[in-house]
Design a protein around this ligand. Sequence first.
Ligand code: PLP
Length: 375
Amino acid sequence: MKEQSFNRVVIDPEALRHNYSLMKRLAGGRPLMAMVKADAYGHGMIVAARAFAGAGCSTFGVAELREGVLLRQAGIEGEIYVTLGFPRERAEAILEHRLTPVVYDIDTVRLLAALASAAGREVAVHLKVDTGMGRLGLLPEEVDPFLAAINGLPGARVAGLMSHFPEADVAGSASTLHAIATFSEVCRQAKSRISGVCHIANSGAVLNFPASHADMVRSGIALYGYHPAGRCPGGPASELRPAMAVRTEVVQVKTLPAGSGVSYGHTYRTDGPTRLAVLPMGYEDGFSRDFSNRAAVLVGGRRAPVRGRVCMNMCMVDVTAIDEVSVGDEVVILGSQGGETISAEDLAEWMNTISYEVLCLLGNNNQRDVSEEMR
Ligand SMILES: Cc1ncc(COP(=O)(O)O)c(C=O)c1O
């Protein structure tokens, strides 16, 4: 039997299915690639992929080859895009597992083409174009020479062009309008050489820029229930449902007299008799040290502020104002209890980051409870 940890990540597959259906509707019914990289933003890649498949998804996006292989080994069908690349010496795994590689250099295409034609097969690749992200991909002017160079290469076929926005979470952003125009032009020109699928829209673009939806969209954060810009500004995105909850429990309750220091460095000192609950949750568990003296958790349906520095495996919260707190009581780090909620946005603000990072940290550093249905 697997030993239980105090800390548990609970995923709601129904919320994942709901979010998938909502985003698909907002994308006008186009194919929607579910981004399940980074262990599905902390939700568990296989659990999440199964939930999205249950809502009709047949296209998945991961960063690395290793993730694509895990999905196939778990029996996930459909297309799996490997968007970041793969070690050259593992290129044959792309063919073996029928993965769709995203490419941005000719040597990779030649290598894949050679392997595929030796096996009497053809590999479909998608070409990454950098339309202003300043990250991975060919510059727009490099696309035509690239396509010309691999034209007629046996064993490989360019089945699509893709790009990525730096600022589509900001409605009306000039950089997004510029990238849409650039990508449309690149796709228009490429269509004389290839017949393929063009895709650029992420969650922000699905919500804010209908003109970017092209032949397919790709969504990550919205599928997990959060707006890419942070607090949801209203509109259809307010129907998104967060799918992750993180819970722990009280391991000790103690009352310190006025003037006592709490935790390393004594960065908090009690201003009166103070009841503290000690929690088995620290930065090792993704509960960042940035939460020291800033964050709150839910105990008995009320917010209890973090006192002093977050330690590696523990932190202390102030429960002076909360009646009858005992060892073993449930504590909500992320999610709802009673009428109160702590969202990934709340945690992101306390940590000066974005919900994406909070979900990855908490989800990937704690034991996940997986319902029977998703095993
Ligand atoms: C290439 C690519 N497409 C789509 C996405 C999904 O973005 P979002 O989570 O903002 O929807 C990502 C995530 O970073 C990405 O790297």
